[in-house]
Design a protein around this ligand. Sequence first.
Ligand code: C5P
Length: 313
Amino acid sequence: MPVSENRPGVTARAPAKVNLLLQVGPLRDDGFHDLVTVFQAVSLHEDVTATPADTWGITVEGAGGTDVSGVPLDGRNLALRAARLLAERAGVEEPVHLHVRKEVPVAGGMAGGSADAAAALVACDALWQLRTGLDGLAALGADLGSDVPFGLHGRTAVGTGRGEQLVPVLTRGAFHWVFVLDDTGLSTPRVFAECDRQRGPGWTGPGADGRLEAVEAALRDGDPRALAAALSNDLADAACALAPQLTRTLDAGRAAGALGAVVSGSGPTVALLAESATAARDVAAVLAPVVGEGRLRTASGPAVGARVLEAVA
Ligand code: C5P
């Protein structure tokens, strides 16, 4: 495909996620853990604009106070890796410049990097007119990271395997969240390793314990109180061991009127579930003097998966 001069860029948007349930199985031979998780996409977004360029490149901008200083701008960047992988698999020889506008906390357990990759795949697929389709992009995305397929699909889904095998979950209505960001990032591999360490070598698995069914029933009923009671995360103890201030944040969230509080993914973001949009704003208002307004984000879920937003001139 020839490089077409002055062709407009394409912007795609992908959502952050919170894990309503994160059940972690034993360490596998490939270094991953089998998961049973329930993802919900929420209304914090990453926007990625792909524009034809002479060489591959990326710029990153923080939106709404997001600190982007920890985002790599070289070959490690997940959005850039996604664009190059799609080009390679589709036989496209047309470099792009990616501009990423980040609203999702970096290294926060909300899959911001995976959302960048999902949005980059959708933007480049549209720019190059490949029509790969959601399943094809999700298969590519799984090679980039366990959470990328969910960033493409969005809404609410049960994830198994590494988290990349998805089945949609029936949900009713919207759920309202307050996210408390932390100043420090947590490395996902470190949190999984700490979880293994805490469990010890003889640990064989969580077994069937009804947690998934409880989350599914609460979602089906659109019942935030039942969902709050069913939230659980097997990585929470490990995240709290590595970042002890999270225990205080969870307590502060409950004391501020949240129905439930859970560490998001591998942390350190804490997710607080509220009864309604108004209640979420109230929880944030109570927490603002305690944790600082800059650390709070309100959002709702489920949000849709990665999609093209607009063609920019
Ligand atoms: O797939 P992703 O790149 O997000 O994974 C980052 C790291 O998190 C993996 O290298 C692994 O250490 C850990 N991980 C895991 N089990 C999973 C997903 C991630 O152990 N299901």
